[in-house]
Design a binder for this molecule. Structure first.
Ligand code: FES
Ligand SMILES: [Fe+2]
Length: 409
């Protein structure tokens, strides 16, 4: 981030802090129809038109350092997936489905395949580029069997720094185009190393879970002994980016202000200075959040298991520590964030319960909570408004406020 952008954001923080009412041109946001969070048919639309068409976080290159290293997972609700680093060191994604009888090739969450990947059922063997290279007992198969028709089925896979994303839609724009200004603004963070994976499942819709983290109106009531002490929500600056992404900057309280170090590192930029003065976080549509500190951030993934269950996965992401386990301060940070998460998740299942009741029209967002409304508005855009039943639509009110460059507000 350059100095002019950081200064613009600092001025904006002061402007937000000084106001006593929403900006005069800001609309009164109507309630978000509650059934968007509870209707299984609406969730099916999301699976088809959002999760099957967006770039989804699949892991980090740090998890597959050598050729033949793999990672397998099944959190997309579509099919088991395998990431595999080839001899050329490129990371590729495949359906983790053997082309013989459909077995999951490996059930290990990660491992080292060496130079060949062998299915755990009858040992059909694939090379590191997914090509079928070995069939035991060939005498029982037709001599005309064309092996090339039974290679592993690939899934689109692209990297942003060390972050690996996949996309089930062959027609989607490339990853950097999809990320847009986020890729510029957040570029500093794309090569950092994740550690301390933690996971929890909540009985609530995936957007109820995310929406608790894209506003900080709740900090004094939910986090009185933790976060409330470190950030001042009155100065929050929020920006909407294309494709549903958004950014939130919340100034630190004076007590938590982190001055630049005495010796400025070579890779220092104004973005880092700003992150010492404020919490800068992104929502990467559909399901990633990145609350950041000066040197790193928490990566949060939100995976819908069905319309009212969500897995929340968190990682501590920071500078590479080299060999061995991560430093103790990374573990401490992960443990601290987990207690904050206990506070944040406390209301989620109860909100989900209330959303089933006709006593509640649906979430009513303030100016401060506008990122929630923008997320909902973009969900309709991504689904195609004509596919959304009329009573479930949100009124399009914010999309003319999207900014297309990282430096804009
Ligand atoms: S299902 Fe994989 S080798 Fe038979
Ligand atoms: Fe919170």
């Amino acid at each position: 981030m350059d100095t002019a952008t950081a200064d613009l954001l600092r001025k904006e923080i002061e402007r937000e802090r000084a106001r006593n009412a929403p900006p005069a041109d800001f609309p009164d946001l109507p309630p978000i129809p509650r059934a968007r969070y509870t209707d299984p048919a609406f969730h099916e639309l999301e699976r088809t038109y959002i999760f099957d068409r967006s770039w989804l976080y699949a892991g980090s290159g740090w998890e597959l350092p050598d050729a033949g290293d793999y990672k397998s997972f099944d959190n997309f609700g579509r099919a088991p997936i395998l990431l595999l680093r080839g001899k050329d060191m490129k990371v590729r994604a495949f359906y983790n489905t053997c082309q013989h009888r459909g077995a999951t090739i490996t059930r290990e969450p990660c491992g080292k395949a060496g130079s060949r990947l062998k299915c755990q059922f009858h040992s059909w063997t694939y090379d590191l580029e997914g090509k079928l290279v070995g069939i035991p007992g060939p005498w029982d198969f037709s001599p005309d069997l064309d092996k090339s028709k039974h290679n592993l089925k690939p899934v689109r896979c692209e990297m942003w720094g060390e972050h690996i994303f996949i996309n089930f839609d062959d027609g989607a724009p490339d990853l950097l185009t999809f990320l847009g200004p986020v890729a510029v603004d957040f570029e500093w963070a794309s090569k950092l190393r994740p550690s301390n994976r933690r996971s929890r499942v909540m009985a609530c819709n995936w957007r109820i879970a995310i929406e608790a983290f894209i506003e900080v109106y709740h900090i004094t009531t939910i986090h009185p002994g933790s976060v409330a002490d470190s950030i001042d929500y009155r100065g929050t600056v929020s920006s909407f980016f294309p494709n549903g992404h958004s950014r939130m900057i919340v100034p630190s309280t004076p007590k938590h202000y982190q001055a630049p170090p005495e010796t400025i590192p070579e890779d220092w930029d104004e973005g880092r200075a700003l992150r010492g003065e404020a919490n800068v976080s992104y929502h990467i549509f559909p399901n990633l959040l990145t609350p950041a500190s000066q040197t790193g951030y928490m990566l949060m993934e939100f995976w819908p298991l069905d319309h009212n269950h969500t897995e929340i996965v968190t990682w501590v992401v920071d500078r590479d520590w080299g060999e061995g386990p991560p430093p103790p301060e990374y573990d401490q940070r992960g443990a601290y964030f987990d207690t904050v998460l206990d506070e944040d998740t406390w209301n989620m299942e109860h909100i989900q319960h209330s959303l089933r009741s006709s006593a509640f029209a649906g979430p009513k967002c303030s100016y401060h909570e506008k990122r929630i409304y923008y997320l909902e508005e973009h969900v309709d855009t991504a689904l195609g408004v004509e596919r959304v039943p009329e009573h479930l639509r949100v009124q399009p009110l914010l999309s003319d406020r999207i900014v297309t460059t990282a430096g804009a507000i």
